[in-house]
Write a protein that binds this ligand. Structure first.
Ligand SMILES: [Zn+2]
Length: 209
């Protein structure tokens, strides 16, 4: 697949807490790093996202007495899965994995900083209406195709991909540059939505070709 100057590589949440020994470790999460490093030089534009929660964030099970991680609660915008405390602002868990070396990245987009709303997608928070500003950034800079990598495939990568499609962008997920949580069939569920929305899935070996 030919990469053009209008393409952007979105590197999702490659943070300590989502990597092995982190608070919300995605199995094999750090394995995405060398793959991202191999393809990054083909992209003129790279954006990093960073999950960035205040202490006591509403997505933490610990903020809901009697609840445990991976249980669901009903919040103002619908069902919300509860997680262990992770990616708390200013803590080492919220830092990018030290092996991730993408000094050329042009933007670090932080999300999930509103105490009451979680944010899987890089475009909209989980209420589906609060914008992060990323779509404005892409449009103003004439970045027209979105390539997704990172963690986790079935949550933040997947929701970002679906939102980018909804906003009209051609979207490609580089699947071996992602790792999944796979909670209660979440991979099968999101892949069904990818097919419906027209999200393209490729392997990193297709870049460049
Ligand atoms: Zn989070």
């Amino acid at each position: 697949m030919q990469i053009t100057p209008q393409d952007v590589l979105l590197v999702t949440d490659v943070q300590n807490d989502f990597c092995p020994s982190g608070a919300l470790a995605v199995p094999d999460g750090d394995a995405v790093i060398p793959i991202i490093h191999r393809i990054a030089p083909f992209f003129e534009h790279i954006i990093l996202t960073q999950d960035w929660h205040p202490p006591g964030h509403h997505s933490f099970a610990s903020a809901h007495p009697g609840k445990h991680p991976s249980e669901q609660v009903r919040v103002s915008y619908g069902e919300q899965t509860l997680w262990p405390e992770h990616c708390v602002q200013g803590t080492p868990g919220a830092d990018f994995h030290p092996a991730l070396q993408l000094a050329r990245a042009e933007l670090i987009l932080r999300k999930g900083f509103r105490p009451e709303i979680d944010s899987y997608s890089a475009f909209f928070e989980n209420d589906r209406t609060t914008a992060t500003g990323l779509v404005g950034y892409l449009r103003e800079r004439n970045l027209t195709r979105v390539f997704l990598t990172g963690l986790a495939y079935d949550y933040c990568v997947g929701y970002s991909a679906l939102d980018a499609r909804r906003l009209g962008f051609p979207v490609t997920i580089i699947s071996d540059a992602c790792r999944a949580i796979d909670l209660n069939g979440s991979v099968a569920a999101i892949e069904k939505q990818f097919a419906k929305a027209g999200v393209t899935l490729i392997e990193s070996a297709a870049i460049p070709a």
